[in-house]
Write a protein that binds this ligand. Structure first.
Ligand SMILES: C[S@@+](CC[C@H](N)C(=O)[O-])C[C@H]1O[C@@H](n2cnc3c(N)ncnc32)[C@H](O)[C@@H]1O
Length: 271
């Protein structure tokens, strides 16, 4: 337990850092941060009603059947089942990644809007997949191979969700800890996906390192980010040394989730 001496003058960020060390996930536990997160009872963890939540992401709905969360992504494509459905086990026990976070739903929904052609013949890798949602969407769209990766405690729920969606033939689960050497079996991806991976300051340089290790200037990196606090700026200061980025502008949901402080960005590695 870290002692906080609140008599020592320190800026907002210094104090926030101390609190983060004491409870690294405190931002994720804050009620206001849980808006739109769907937990194991299938309900949005927020003071908003489910119908209000659905206005956050108009092209996606959810329901609970047999204890499973079912996410339904609507789209205009004739080549896909309408809507495209993903079933998810969600479970907070292995950590925050076991829930369905809004940024993951947004990135999944964006992939559905882009359609199968966007991912055809591409090797895809998701970082910090949690339940595996975003990578499962890529798999359901018909990607050749999608790697869904996270830390060891999340692998069982990711495996369950791959089986649940019958995506064993093209979605592979692997442990990938940011900042550590990339396991040999993981190939360099054409597309990297990451949703809601900026929330724990000590992990900022590790995430930048892994993004850099996996990419080159031609890699497409879709990065869905929820702004939580001033210290996030430091993530972007680190990111700037290796990447440029711009906001993704062609998502029909964009205006809605921007108002929830969520941005979908495309990152490009510097030459
Ligand atoms: C807020 S959750 C988001 C999960 C999922 N992407 C979604 O949007 O629902 C952040 C995820 O990052 C993963 N993560 C955090 N630190 C990590 C690290 N050092 N290496 C690999 N994954 C990490 C967590 O385990 C968790 O699954």
């Amino acid at each position: 337990m870290i002692e906080l001496d609140l008599n020592i003058p320190c800026g907002d960020i210094a104090l926030e850092e101390k609190l983060d060390i004491e409870d690294p996930l405190r931002h994720l536990k804050d009620d206001s941060e849980l808006e739109g997160v769907i937990s194991s009872d299938g309900l949005a963890r927020s003071s908003k009603s489910v119908s209000e939540l659905l206005t956050v992401l108009p092209l996606q709905t959810h329901s609970v059947q047999d204890g499973l969360l079912k996410l339904a992504f609507s789209h205009q494509l004739d080549s896909l089942p309408k809507p495209l459905s993903i079933s998810l086990h969600v479970d907070a026990a292995p950590g925050c990644g076991g829930l369905a976070w809004p940024a993951g739903q947004i990135l999944g929904s964006y992939l559905v809007q882009k359609g199968p052609e966007y991912i055809q013949d591409k090797t895809i890798l998701e970082l910090g997949s949690g339940t595996g949602l975003v990578g499962l969407v890529a798999g359901a769209l018909g990607s050749t191979t999608t790697w869904i990766t996270d830390q060891a405690p999340l692998l069982p729920i990711m495996n369950r969700n791959v089986i649940l969606n019958s995506l064993e033939s093209n979605v592979v689960v692997a442990e990938l800890n940011w900042g550590e050497p990339i396991p040999q079996e993981i190939p360099k991806p054409d597309i990297i996906l990451a949703a809601d991976c900026v929330y724990f300051e000590p992990a900022f340089p590790l995430l930048v390192q892994t993004l850099s290790d996996l990419s080159d200037p031609s890699t497409i990196i879709l990065f869905c980010y929820k702004k939580r606090r001033k210290a996030d700026k430091r993530f972007f200061t680190m990111l700037k040394k290796k990447f440029t980025w711009k906001e993704v502008m062609d998502d029909p949901n964009r205006g809605v989730y921007n108002s929830e402080a969520i941005t979908l960005m495309s990152l490009t590695k510097l030459k």
